[in-house]
Ligand binder design. Structure first.
Ligand SMILES: Cc1cc2nc3c(=O)[nH]c(=O)nc-3n(C[C@H](O)[C@H](O)[C@H](O)COP(=O)(O)O)c2cc1C
Length: 199
């Protein structure tokens, strides 16, 4: 059964914003159906086509599907309890890393968070076009990820992602059950625009 984005979660926009932007939201109730390897590859390919400073592409991903029980459990164990309780029902978990230095000269890449965020959003919007939804999480034990993956100092975990198809919220406990059904809100566009100083 495929669950559509419930109406209450769709962004109520004033203008004709792209469908995938209106429909994207961060669910906690995931269907038990797996994602096919090609679907995961498609999401990752979409991510890699994000723009980045000097085309450094500072994003890196660790990916585990639910069927790969040992790897999936390892990633789920990094999550704080408030994320783990629902995210362990996702079809796929990922850790998203950023490379904090430029390959060309070893200097600090101050755009790393920006560029990895762009790649993540590409992945999420591609997902919505395929009825696959994702939830970004920064609530996880980054020190443990660093320790267990033994990565170089310049590769740092930034977020984790829970991905899958939507399910009805009925199996979620509170407060997640209510959150799953509450409208999404944003402050007004005007409040995000800074005026010029007196000229
Ligand atoms: C960097 C980042 C970290 C986040 N961390 C968490 C998290 O640890 N747990 C969680 O439930 N949601 C987390 N979120 C999801 C946000 O709460 C969510 O995107 C925001 O409330 C807007 O809701 P929407 O994505 O449905 O529009 C995170 C989102 C981002 C971008």
């Amino acid at each position: 059964m495929m669950i559509e984005t419930i109406d209450i979660k769709q962004a109520k926009t004033r203008y004709n914003v792209l469908d995938v932007i209106r429909k994207r939201w961060s669910p906690r109730s995931f269907s038990k159906y797996p994602l096919m390897p090609e679907e995961i590859e498609t999401l990752l390919e979409a991510a890699t086509w994000a723009p980045s400073a000097m085309n450094e592409q500072p994003w890196r991903f660790v990916v585990a599907s639910k069927e790969d029980e040992e790897k999936f459990r390892k990633l789920a164990d990094f999550l704080v309890p408030g994320n783990r309780v629902w995210a362990e029902n996702a079809a796929v978990l990922m850790v998203v890393f950023g490379v904090t230095t430029y390959a060309r000269n070893g200097k600090e890449n101050i755009n790393v968070g920006h560029d990895v965020g762009m790649a993540t959003q590409n992945l999420l919007l591609q997902g919505v076009s395929m009825d696959v939804y994702g939830h970004v999480m920064e609530g996880f034990d980054k020190d443990r990820v660093i320790e267990e993956f033994q990565l170089p100092d310049n590769i740092r975990p930034l977020t984790m992602l829970a991905l899958g198809r939507l399910d009805v919220p009925d199996l979620l406990e509170e407060p997640y059950y209510s959150r799953e059904q509450s409208p999404r809100t944003r402050r007004s566009v005007e409040d995000s625009v800074i005026s010029f100083p007196e000229m």
